[in-house]
Design a protein around this ligand. Structure first.
Ligand code: 3PG
Length: 365
């Protein structure tokens, strides 16, 4: 797979697939700009090398038509703030108007195309759409690790038409996650939390193969116990012991998880669990963490997640953390920069660990 430094970029039109799919408020404001910030080094590298930089991304799920509040205007503002230069945004992502504009661009200038998913061809991987995109550039750089599990036109279609390679972020994501999968310094300990159990089962299974110990958050522990899933009732799988239960009258009580019926709302892990998890974390040489350990929407339920984050940092182990919610809470706690690698992917992260490959990465090879 080629990377940025393998290309002669001077004066070239470089099409960069980014993942600017950031969480938004109901008013359309950006809740967390981590993914935008993470692409800045690649954009700055391209500017320095004298390339014409053409950025593209999806945002949300507009379903193949223009959706006003999924336009990339807010992303454009953020880019201008971080790059400290003016970034022009196109009205669409393909077509003559854009081609003409690019023709007139000077080296070092940056153009942002409009949301790729306003066209059905993106999701359907329509070769006509991929070709239309390819006509805008001389080189394709994939910087969208978080979308590399999607077989879409801008991910797997474009490399068929243009010399292609990975951006700095994609390169680092692959290196860091490969280190977890292939050659972690041992013991390797995984911490898995979150809400959607079904979407994480394959990750739990794979991590059970890879790790010495797997620490499981409250909601998932409850599911495992409820379904009597024998394969997770082993010594290497460390389940949550105690949790807080929020009762209907808003009372918060501490309970042993094995005493619960299974339908309770458990907003955080308890002190005994924090103690057991912390002990294991302190023995680790490598730690992989995906999914918060409590209901992080409310600040008062972030204690378990914060304490485990602090322990991971204190352990000095090589740490990789990922998943949208986890990033959001750690960024709010101002702890994100203390991890060795923060993965920008959600679904892509799970698929990369499980399958050890992603369609978008394969397409670059
Ligand atoms: C993500 O947020 O996981 C990626 O941007 C992919 O988005 P999608 O789930 O809408 O395809």
């Amino acid at each position: 797979m080629k990377v940025l430094k393998d290309f002669d970029l001077k004066g070239k039109r470089v099409l960069v697939r980014c993942d600017f799919n950031v969480p938004l408020t109901a008013e359309g404001d950006i809740l967390n700009d981590f993914r935008i910030k993470k692409t800045v080094p690649t954009i700055e590298y391209l500017i320095k090398k004298g390339a014409k930089v053409i950025l593209m991304s999806h945002l949300g799920k507009p379903g193949g038509k223009v959706v006003e509040n999924l336009k990339l205007d807010k992303v454009q503002e953020k880019l201008m703030e971080y790059l400290d230069l003016s970034v022009v945004k196109a009205r669409d992502c393909v077509g003559k108007e854009i081609k003409d504009w690019i023709e007139r661009m000077a080296p070092g200038e940056v153009l942002l195309l409009e949301n790729l998913r306003f066209h059905k061809g993106e999701k359907e991987n329509d070769p006509k759409f991929a070709r239309a995109l390819s006509e805008l550039g001389n080189i394709f750089i994939n910087e969208a690790f978080a979308t590399c599990h999607r077989p879409h036109a801008s991910i797997i279609g474009l490399p068929k038409y243009l010399p292609s390679g990975a951006g700095l972020l994609l390169e680092k994501e692959i290196k860091s996650l490969t280190r977890i999968i292939k050659k972690p310094e041992r013991p390797l300990v995984a911490v898995v939390g979150g809400i959607k159990f079904e979407t994480k089962i394959k990750l739990l299974d794979k991590l059970q193969e890879l790790c010495e110990f797997e620490l499981i958050g409250g909601k998932f522990t409850l599911e495992i116990l409820k379904r009597k899933m024998e394969k997770y009732l082993s010594e290497e799988v460390i389940l949550t012991k105690d949790v807080y239960v929020l009762e209907k009258n808003e009372n918060l009580i501490l309970r042993d998880i094995r005493d619960l019926k299974g339908d309770e709302f458990i907003p955080d892990i308890g002190p005994e669990t924090i103690k057991i998890f912390s002990k294991r974390i302190m023995t680790a040489k490598t730690i992989f963490w995906n999914g918060p350990l409590g209901f992080i929407e409310k600040e008062r339920f972030r204690t378990g997640t914060r304490k485990i984050a602090e322990k991971i940092i204190e352990s000095g182990a090589y740490s990789v953390v990922g998943g949208g919610e986890t990033i959001r809470v750690l960024s709010g706690l101002n702890l994100l920069h203390k991890f060795d690698h923060v993965c920008s992917g959600g679904g892509a992260l799970v698929d990369f660990i499980v399958d050890e490959e992603l369609v978008g990465v394969k397409a670059l090879k």
